[in-house]
Design a protein around this ligand. Structure first.
Ligand code: ADP
Ligand code: MG
Length: 225
């Protein structure tokens, strides 16, 4: 099933001498149950694509369909971004950015509340992500890998149809990074989501169903990794 279909997305920043074409005619389809990597050098436009798919920034042109419904075209938005944020997307970033004065479980419970899912889902997700034993710990007492698992649990609180992860393992060592990448695969298979992961780590590409690569704002199939 198509979770999201993006057609001919373009996005620029600045103007004149400072004009940057961050995204040029990018098209991409992400299917429920599949985990897809987005590769490419720094400045290629990966974060811009992720933010555009997540409706954090709007493209200059192009169309986006979610679950088959037209959400965005040249005439603008056809759905409530707030409602889609609440129910369609999950985001994971390089830094976990947990609320520092709330326990791991409370961090996820807060997201359940916002996402309209029962609070008990928080504990279930932490168990499912193998950090249930750290549920009552405060963020600053967790390892980087544990914090990122809690951040993934938080991103899954609202049962997202699309999980967008922008360099989620960049701050982790090799082994912990790999473990987190394998979790994204499990998320796709077992949580009914499509998962897009921006990564520089060529050692974990075997985890993914598809590889795409960006260069100078253009998106294409990845070259042999
Ligand atoms: N808010 C912004 N204002 C101006 N330029 C930006 C902004 N965000 C990104 N850019 C530029 O757009 C290009 C693509 O950036 P980005 O999408 O962050 O690439 P990547 O994630 O692949 O490193 C870069 O040249 C970057 O400097
Ligand atoms: Mg980036």
């Amino acid at each position: 099933m198509e979770a999201i279909r993006a057609e001919h997305l373009s996005k620029h920043y600045g103007e004149g001498d400072t004009l940057v074409r961050a995204l040029t005619d990018a098209s991409l389809v992400l299917h429920t149950g599949s985990v897809v990597a987005l590769l490419g050098p720094s400045g290629a436009g990966k974060s811009t694509l992720v933010k555009t798919l997540g409706l954090v920034t709007l493209p200059d042109s192009g169309r986006i369909y979610m679950d088959g419904a037209l959400v965005l075209d040249e005439r603008g938005l056809h759905a409530s971004v707030q409602e889609l944020r609440r129910s369609f997307f999950g985001f994971v970033f390089q830094r976990p950015n947990l609320v520092p004065f709330l326990s791991a479980q409370k961090n996820v419970e807060l997201a359940c509340e916002i996402g309209g899912t029962p609070k008990r889902r928080a504990r279930e997700l932490l168990e499912w992500l193998d950090v249930g034993h750290r549920a009552s710990a405060m963020p600053d007492t967790l390892s980087g890998g544990e914090q990122q698992r809690v951040a993934i649990a938080r991103a899954l609180a609202n049962k997202p149809r699309l999980l967008l992860a922008d360099e989620p393992t960049a701050a982790l060592d090799k082994e912990r990074g790999r473990a987190v990448m394998e979790l994204f695969r499990r998320v796709a298979r077992e949580q009914g989501a499509a998962v897009l992961v921006v990564t520089h780590d060529h050692r974990t590409l075997d985890v993914f169903d598809e590889l795409h690569e960006m260069e100078d704002g253009r998106l294409g199939p990845a070259h042999a990794a």
